[in-house]
Design a protein around this ligand. Structure first.
Ligand code: KIV
Ligand code: ZN
Length: 514
């Protein structure tokens, strides 16, 4: 176990929100959303971001290529099985990366080798070494992951790690793929690997923990305490099944307890609040209120004794400040007299960066909102920014709509959309309620019949003048797209959300035709 008197080590943060996170059910992101998240991960200061699994689909290939083309200050990784065609796809998609990494994985546990791979230990070892050697021809930075390592024979893991390091792997990763480990034993294994893998000093030892027993962060921290150099994790802990280790919890665990670990990371923790909201917004996966670090209640003190304690001396009940994780302080509310400068400053304070064109559009919407609501809160502003900043080009734009509804006759609507080539199309439709009638009319106009998998509406702030925030997920041919909409009128918020999902779908499908 490292003692706090040891020299402070910097732990590498390998973010896999865009790969392990995105592959989880209900967490899919479109290309524009992936690019936006990637930019924010770079700003957060992650050492490596895994942008996808290039060979798995044209969408993943394009996403890795696009992220690799814009990210300069973090390494960009592409995941591959130990197959030449996977490595070829990864190298092609990473060709423009400033700092590319090829991430190979192959299972090493008896259950995976026998039932999934149908390979012997010898074949796995040989395949791992050959794949590292092949990947090294194109990329110096090669990582090898022993899938289901925690349930593998430890002697075999050390043998595989020794061989792949000799073949050139610069990082060896020890995943708890099924989230089975307990912290004490996980830490012991890391120590064992450090002591029994020849050449380990030439490579970084990484861990990748899943959260099936709710222990992903605890296991990752136990690994760090026992010498792991890199941790793989995701924003909000999204990922397969119960998810991966949550990046923000892990980093704050190490930072707040530097007295114990004497380690740190390069992460700018003041970005946590805004990137967590962004990932939640684009995936539609809500953050539980009591989630550590970024949940709505993470810094809320309800009990009188606690409130009194915090007011007298904050440290009585708070081990870190809300500002250290980017939770904005209560500030002056913005209203109709607030100008561009005040609005720009507020965006900066909230950690929201938008380009000039998006800023003009958001400022216009903000001014519009101040006409409808007396005061505009930070949550309103976040909703406006998320709505605009991550949207794809509009194939279809809302022109106008009207709806008639009631308990006796059902609902009927008229809606007119404008296509990007300039033409207007209007349709009248009936339905089982206003939303059903409008979505049917939109389907008719755009000539598509996607399945509506999710429709959610929530108030952005308190009060009946609040903006409504709508999230929809649509699916067609086994693929999914998300859409969001914000408006003080909940029906309009729903139309905007549905159209943004349709536009995401059109953009993806058009990209494939090119
Ligand atoms: O959980 C896992 O084992 C993985 C590997 C591909 C690293 O995600
Ligand atoms: Zn995983």
């Amino acid at each position: 176990m490292m003692k706090n008197s040891d020299k402070k080590r910097i732990i590498q943060i390998f973010d896999t929100t865009l790969r392990d996170g995105e592959q989880a059910p209900g967490c899919s992101m479109n290309l524009g959303e992936k690019i936006e998240v990637a930019k924010r991960l770079e700003k957060l200061g992650v050492d490596v971001m895994e942008a996808g699994f290039p060979v798995s689909s044209p969408g993943d290939f394009e996403a890795v290529k696009a992220v690799a083309g814009i990210i300069k200050n973090s390494s960009v990784a592409g995941l591959c099985r130990c197959l030449e065609k996977d490595i070829d796809a990864a190298r092609e998609s990473l060709a423009k990366a400033a700092s590319p990494r090829i991430h190979l994985f192959l299972a090493t546990s008896p259950i995976h080798m026998k039932h999934k791979l149908k390979m012997t230990k010898e074949q796995v070892l040989e395949n791992a070494v050959a794949s590292v050697k092949y990947a090294k021809k194109f990329c110096n930075d090669v990582e090898f992951s022993a899938e289901d390592a925690f349930r593998s024979d430890l002697g075999f893991i050390c043998k595989v790690f020794t061989a792949v390091i000799k073949a050139g792997a610069l990082t060896v990763n020890f995943p708890d793929t099924v989230g089975y480990a307990l912290p004490g034993e996980f830490g012991e294994r890391i120590l064992y690997i450090k002591e029994h893998t020849a050449g380990i000093e030439k490579a970084k030892l990484s861990v990748h923990c899943h959260n099936d027993l709710g222990l992903a962060v605890a296991n990752s921290i136990a690994a760090v305490a026992n010498g792991a150099d890199q941790v793989e994790c995701t924003i909000n802990g999204i990922g397969e099944r119960a998810g991966n280790a949550s990046l923000e919890e892990l980093v704050m665990g190490l930072r707040v307890r530097q007295d114990y670990f004497s380690v740190d990371t390069r992460i700018d923790s003041t970005q946590f609040y805004s990137i967590s909201r962004l990932v939640s917004q684009v995936t539609g996966v809500k953050i539980q209120p009591n989630k550590a670090i970024v949940g709505d209640n993470a810094f809320a003190h309800e009990a009188g004794i606690h409130q009194h304690g915090v007011l007298t001396k904050r440290e009585t009940y708070e081990i870190m400040t809300p500002e250290s994780v980017g939770i904005p302080k209560n500030r002056m509310v913005l209203g109709k007299h607030s100008g561009r400068h005040a609005f720009e400053e507020r965006l900066k304070d909230l950690g929201l960066s938008v380009d000039e064109a998006a800023f003009d559009k958001i400022f216009e919407e903000f001014k519009d909102l101040t006409g409808k609501k007396k005061t505009v809160s930070d949550r309103d502003i976040e909703a406006l920014v998320m709505d605009t900043a991550v949207s794809v080009p509009e194939t279809w734009k809302l022109d106008h709509w009207a709806v008639n509804t009631g308990s006796a006759l059902g609902a009927s609507c008229v809606i007119r959309l404008q296509h990007k080539d300039g033409k207007y199309i209007k349709h009248i439709s009936m339905g089982d309620g206003p939303i059903d009638s409008l979505f049917k009319a939109i389907n008719h106009i755009v000539g598509r019949e996607p399945e509506l998998e999710l429709y959610e509406i929530a108030a952005v702030t308190e009060g009946s003048a609040s903006q409504g925030k709508t999230m929809v997920k649509i699916a067609m041919g086994g693929r999914r797209w998300n859409g969001r909409g914000v408006s003080t009128d909940v029906v309009e918020a729903s139309i905007k959300a549905y159209l943004s999902a349709i536009n995401a779908m059109e953009w993806d499908l058009a990209g494939e035709k090119e």
